[in-house]
Ligand binder design. Structure first.
Ligand code: NAI
Length: 782
């Protein structure tokens, strides 16, 4: 197999620069080329710097949100170049990624130049979203076509986990294997094989869905807000629904994508049948209403008398009016009950049915046209459009027979694929495996990529060792157990603590190591604030004190257990979730882990050992040992500002992760990697020894207090931020009796955490913050 080490990306636009950034995130140096700007007839460039386009692209990456880099320092791995002066450098590259404008002639001209310079066996791929591979390589020699494929990344490349790969008629298997391997392990992508057909998988179906939603909205008279509500949660689609999604992506892209798709599809394709002129869309694009990047889109934000007002367009008049709250019967239905939505038959549900039924029926027509495997189509929609369930999983929820009969009643043609699923559905599960309907009408086992283990696979044919409503303990083989949070958002409560204690006893006698992990999107959103709020409302202070204490004891027991504990976070690991990480022996984190002690944001202080652990880590950093205040000051800065590390790499800089902790790029490989890490720690394992603290005391507290006061005065912090920060300062300075010459134990710091927590949770402004986050999901800045 070709080994990929040196990589270049040609085209430093939205996609090229984003792909380069993500390759840099994976630890690779990457050459980024673009054209020389404004060259005149003598080949002279008006700009002083002939690589200015690629250089500006890197600068732009550093200002883009969400951040394309997992750590800003990764930008240094990208080398900005231009194709006129530097293209010969591609001769060093093992993989050349083309991401220039979507223009066949320009791409083909570039390939001819690449072919003359690249080294034998190097791989060339295009990021095209609409052009067929067979068209791109027309006229190119076999040496080129054998090494060429399409690697279709989604925008933004760091965050979108899908990568579609298209193998050409002549592409060598070794090329596909090498790209597959690199994208899976190094870039963390879920690679889906597609056939060389227009729009590949995700956009073929996704654009059909968007287009149907538009056309049906114009026809049915449903409003934009109603459409976005009914096509979101009830259908398992992100809350942007369809119109807000178009605003995000850019309305101007749609007509081009639709036209190129229609030009390439046969006349009897269902896409062609829904083709309709949409004058309002064209008018909006013409007038600069291209979405968020333009003057606004289907939604816009207008400032009226200093206040921001969100407005929405009327699809019939083209006029904007303030967004109104709409009440729709089906809006509360969850995707697992999507059939109930379709049975409602009111205006909004009928709209959802018309859009989703046409889209799902179209999906069944696309196999085997775009892929042989229904799971590839489901994965493409789950990861490319963030649908909770893919189209075939959705049909299984509705019931293939019911779906077929309802389509028939509306005279919609039934595909052979749907017909084949009527008897037993698209997927079947038995104890050992999941089976999916294949193109011969039989069922084949759904294969995970080699080495991938999901907890759901283990759970399918096992009983939990221990379990309660908030957590479970599973045997994952080789003497390792997995402790799984199971509550909503994996929030933590007294049941979690009880099961942690029981699990520690169980593992101590019968197993070798523990991994803390769940298949969910988020590791843990922290303590269950709903319960805390309830207890505070009835002034159940002793109960609150006892859960704080129980948490401290459970986390301490975890830290000093006689076996290695590896936490494997992904997504949010906040507050109490972050404190679990801080008490583990090691962390194997997914790169997209967002961790931090965010308690201050909800008016509280970390009190499950978080302050204590951060103090210990910063006070032992050689850069922070000058004087007793440097370490506590850094911990104070991070905790009082409720800092969240926006990647596992940033978590290392903020000391939530240690230098020896490791990162997994592919979410699907997290559990297997964590288990390996746990096993590697078993031999010679010794629980850590208890740290001691020499804290600076009241003099440091006075410095912290002054800093807080100046932040509040200059409005960098709110009044209550100041109150909460004072409590954090109290803990981190070591309390009123602390003195750098006096050594305090871990338990003494834990006692300070408890005292401050119990004081601050009684503050009405803190309770307002907790209530606000529970009601709105957003922090209150009081
Ligand atoms: P873009 O317009 O943002 O950037 C294209 C870049 O290519 C520009 O910086 C341009 O100066 C440069 N360029 C043009 N001709 C060149 C040449 N001969 N050599 C070197 N550089 C050249 O385009 P974007 O959106 O980044 O798209 C790039 C490719 O990725 C297209 O094939 C597009 O279909 C595909 N794509 C785009 C997605 C998106 O969401 N924008 C998503 C997935 C694929």
């Amino acid at each position: 197999m070709n080994e990929i080490k040196n990589i270049c990306v040609i085209g430093a636009g939205v996609m090229g620069s984003g792909i380069a950034a993500h390759i840099a995130n994976a630890g690779h140096r990457v050459l980024l080329f673009d054209i020389v700007p404004n060259t005149n007839s003598e080949g002279l460039c008006s700009a002083q710097d002939r690589s200015i386009i690629a250089k500006s692209a890197i600068k732009k990456l550093l200002k883009t949100n969400p951040e394309p880099f997992t750590h800003k320092r990764n930008a240094k791995r990208i080398v900005a170049l231009n194709i006129d002066d530097h293209l010969s450098q591609i001769s060093e590259c093992d993989w050349i990624i083309e991401a220039i404008v979507e223009n066949i002639a320009l791409k083909q001209a570039l390939y001819t130049r690449i072919e003359a310079l690249r080294k034998p066996g190097s791989i060339v791929s295009s990021n095209t979203s609409t052009i067929l591979l067979s068209t791109l390589v027309k006229g190119m020699p076999p040496r080129f076509t054998e090494d060429f494929c399409i690697t279709h990344f989604f925008n933004p490349p760091r965050y979108m986990r899908l990568m579609e790969i298209v193998k050409g008629e002549h592409t060598k298997n070794s090329v596909i294997d090498a790209v597959n391997q690199f994208c899976d392990y190094r870039l963390g992508k879920s690679v889906v094989s597609c056939k060389d057909s227009p729009g590949f998988i995700a956009n073929r179906l996704g654009v059909f869905w968007i287009y149907s939603a538009l056309v049906e909205a114009f026809d049915s008279g449903i409003s934009v807000e109603e459409a976005d509500i009914i096509l979101a949660k009830p259908c398992g689609v992100p809350k942007t629904g369809v119109f807000a999604l178009m605003d995000l992506v850019g309305l101007d892209l749609l007509p081009n994508v639709i036209d190129s798709m229609l030009a390439a599809l046969p006349a009897d394709d269902a896409f062609v049948a829904i083709k309709r002129e949409l004058p309002l869309l064209l008018k909006m694009i013409d007038q600069g209403y291209t979405g968020r990047k333009g003057k606004g889109g289907f939604y816009r934000v207008k400032t009226v008398q200093g206040a921001k007002v969100k407005e929405v367009i009327d699809l019939h008049t083209g006029h904007y009016a303030p967004v109104k709250r709409v009440d729709i019967a089906g809006s509360k239905i969850n995707v697992n009950n999507i059939k109930q939505l379709f049975e409602l038959e009111d205006k909004a549900s009928s709209y959802a049915w018309r859009v989703m039924s046409r889209t799902l029926a179209y999906a069944t027509q696309l196999v085997p046209q775009v892929a042989d495997d229904i799971n590839a189509v489901d994965e493409a929609m789950r990861l490319g459009y963030n649908w909770k369930l893919g189209p075939f999983e959705l049909i299984d929820k509705i019931g293939a027979r019911w779906f077929k009969e309802k389509l028939q009643a509306e005279n919609i043609a039934i595909s052979a694929t749907l017909e084949a699923a009527v008897a037993q559905g698209f997927y079947k599960k038995d104890e050992a495996q999941i089976l999916s309907l294949n193109t011969q009408g039989g069922y084949s086992s759904v294969q995970r990529a080699a080495g991938v283990v999901m907890l759901s696979d283990i759970k399918r044919n096992a009983q939990a060792i221990l379990s309660n409503p908030s957590a479970s303990l599973w045997d994952i083989g080789d003497g390792v157990v997995c402790f799984e949070f199971t509550s909503k958002m994996n929030s933590l409560d007294s049941d979690t603590m009880k099961l942690l204690h029981k699990s520690i006893l169980e593992v101590s006698s019968n197993y070798q190591a523990m991994v803390i992990y769940s298949d969910a999107d988020n590791f843990s959103a922290g303590a269950n604030l709903g319960l805390a709020m309830f207890a505070a409302n009835i002034a159940a202070w002793p109960e609150i004190a006892s859960i704080v204490q129980a948490g401290q004891q459970a986390y301490k027991a975890l830290k000093y257990s006689p076996f290695p504990v590896v936490s494997a976070p992904c997504g949010m690991a906040l507050g109490g979730g972050c404190e679990i990480l801080l008490h583990s022996d090691a962390i194997q984190a997914h790169i997209e882990t967002y961790s931090g002690l965010v308690e201050a944001g909800v008016g509280l202080v970390p009190a499950w050992g978080g302050c204590k652990e951060m103090l210990h880590r910063w006070m032992n950093d050689p850069h922070y040992t000058k004087g007793p205040i440097a370490g506590p000051a850094k911990a104070f800065e991070l905790i009082s500002m409720a800092t969240v590390s926006k990647s596992a790499e940033q978590a290392k800089s903020n000391k939530v992760m240690r230098p020896s902790d490791t990162i997994t790029m592919n979410r699907y490989r997290l559990l297997a990697d964590a288990k390996q890490k746990a096993l590697s720690l078993v031999e010679h394992y010794k629980a850590p020894s208890e740290p001691s603290f020499n804290l600076p005391g009241p003099s440091a507290k006075a410095v912290f207090d002054m800093t807080i006061a100046s932040y509040v005065r200059s409005a960098k912090a709110t009044k209550h931020d100041g109150v909460v920060a004072l409590e954090i300062a109290e803990i981190l300075s070591g309390g009123p009796k602390a003195d750098p010459q006096v050594t305090q134990s871990e338990d003494e710091i834990l006692a300070l955490e408890r005292t401050s927590f119990m004081r601050i949770i009684r503050h009405p402004d803190s309770l307002d913050r907790v209530e606000h986050i529970l009601l709105t999901g957003k922090p209150l800045r009081n």
